[in-house]
Design a protein around this ligand. Structure first.
Ligand code: GDP
Ligand code: MN
Length: 382
């Protein structure tokens, strides 16, 4: 689970790693409010889970309100390597004397933790590794022993950080290692780790990837998953425990099994339509789950038709049919539904649906035909 920079910095702060004061903003007005709180000059930073934001124009310094407005307007909604910016992080700008690099990862082949420190930060570390591998100091750490203060000092010496930065950087390495281990991360990276002209060392960027298999002992990670997606549909789906991925089209898709859900999206594309989502209700889906799935799809304003594709295996046809009927009573569906029911007890399911069929609820027997009907619905209403 990758965190956004601002979440990573909040995580760092818990372990005593110095970061700049700031706040997040989803609108230009909020950006200005946060800039005033942080104090000018500020830096306006796109929050997307990809690196190289600076090069893409997603990181800008702003000296006053007018500049915050200009940059916030430009960066919100910007596409950075396929990620749309929905949130900004505004922090007090730092003066930079030097940019370094520090990270901890798990070296799976060595079965050890691996520290990397370099005096050449602020640039892509892979590029540094290609150009000059000796510019990166490495240290394997036995997880049983942990990182010693001596090890941390050795790293900053070997990386040849500036003399005045070494004590501060070694201290940050100790905290960062604690963040990595106690924080159950797969990766913690600071690039750049900076030295300020007045001799302080602190984290200017944060990359944190949490180990999802440790989630059971981190109730506080709920805050991160809640913020992980800014998409209202995905938030609701997550709350209901559904396997849902929001897409851009107008045909809402519900299927049982990930493979069938993918094929359903494919077949919608094949007949010239566009799926609004991927939604797998799983093998043992109950009437309750079907109703939840319809509720989530119903909140999507782009949806103009719903295509339910169920192959009865563990999920029996009559359960699916009952779920749909129950959902119809629970939510006022905004779009017509096309159902393709096959497999276990398909006949029983179809006969339950029969009593509810209308121009808004159609049952067909093949996947292709169902996709065609659903896509036709999206066009009829347009
Ligand atoms: P990335 O491009 O996604 O890795 O984003 P970073 O947070 O690492 O920022 C990219 C670059 O912007 C940094 O290497 C700095 O050179 C610059 N930058 C970021 N924050 C500040 C700041 O507070 N002051 C100054 N002067 N430059 C900054
Ligand atoms: Mn960076």
């Amino acid at each position: 689970m990758d965190l956004f920079e601002y979440q990573g910095k909040q995580y760092f702060a818990r372990f005593g790693i110095p970061v700049s004061p700031g706040g997040f903003a989803d609108t230009v007005d909020d950006a200005i409010r946060e800039a005033e709180k942080a104090g000018y000059p500020v830096v306006v930073k796109a929050q997307v889970r990809v690196g190289g934001r600076g090069k893409a124009g997603g990181i800008k310094l702003a000296a006053d309100e007018a500049e915050v407005r200009t940059h916030a307007e430009a960066i919100l909604g910007m596409d950075i390597r396929g990620h749309t910016v929905g949130r900004l992080w505004i922090e007090h700008a730092s003066d930079i004397a030097k940019e370094y690099y520090a990270s901890f990862t798990l070296d799976r082949s060595a079965k050890l933790h691996l520290a990397k420190v370099s005096a050449r930060g602020g640039v892509d570390i892979e590029q540094v590794a290609d150009e000059d591998p000796t510019a990166i100091a490495r240290l394997h750490i036995d997880p049983v022993d942990g990182l010693s203060e001596e090890g941390a000092r050795r790293l900053v010496d070997e990386a040849a950080l500036d003399e005045e930065a070494r004590a501060g950087a070694a201290e940050i390495l100790m905290s960062l290692y604690r963040c990595f281990v106690e924080g159950d991360a797969d990766l913690v990276e600071i690039n750049p780790l900076i030295l300020t002209p007045d001799g302080r060392v602190h984290a200017l960027d944060a990359k944190v990837s949490l180990d999802a298999s440790a989630a059971f002992r981190h109730a506080e990670w709920g805050d991160f998953t809640g913020l992980e997606s800014l998409d209202e549909r995905e938030r609701l789906a997550q709350e209901k425990g559904l396997q849902y991925v929001g897409l851009e089209g107008d045909v809402g898709v519900i299927a049982n099994g990930a493979g069938l859900a993918m094929s359903t999206c494919d077949v919608v594309n094949q007949v010239g339509g566009r799926p609004a989502n991927f939604l797998d209700i799983g093998g043992g889906a109950s009437a309750e789950v079907m109703a939840d799935a319809l509720e989530v799809i119903n909140t999507d304003p782009n949806v103009r038709a719903i295509f339910i594709n169920i192959f009865g295996g563990i999920t029996k046809g009559e359960d699916v049919a009952n779920g749909i009927v129950q959902a119809l009573g629970r939510v006022e569906l905004k779009s017509p539904i096309v159902i393709r029911l096959d497999g276990t007890n398909a006949e029983e399911g179809r006969s339950i649906l029969k009593g509810h069929e209308s121009d808004q609820l159609v049952s067909v027997t093949t996947m292709l035909e169902a996709a065609e009907r659903a896509v036709a619905f999206t066009r009829a209403g347009a």
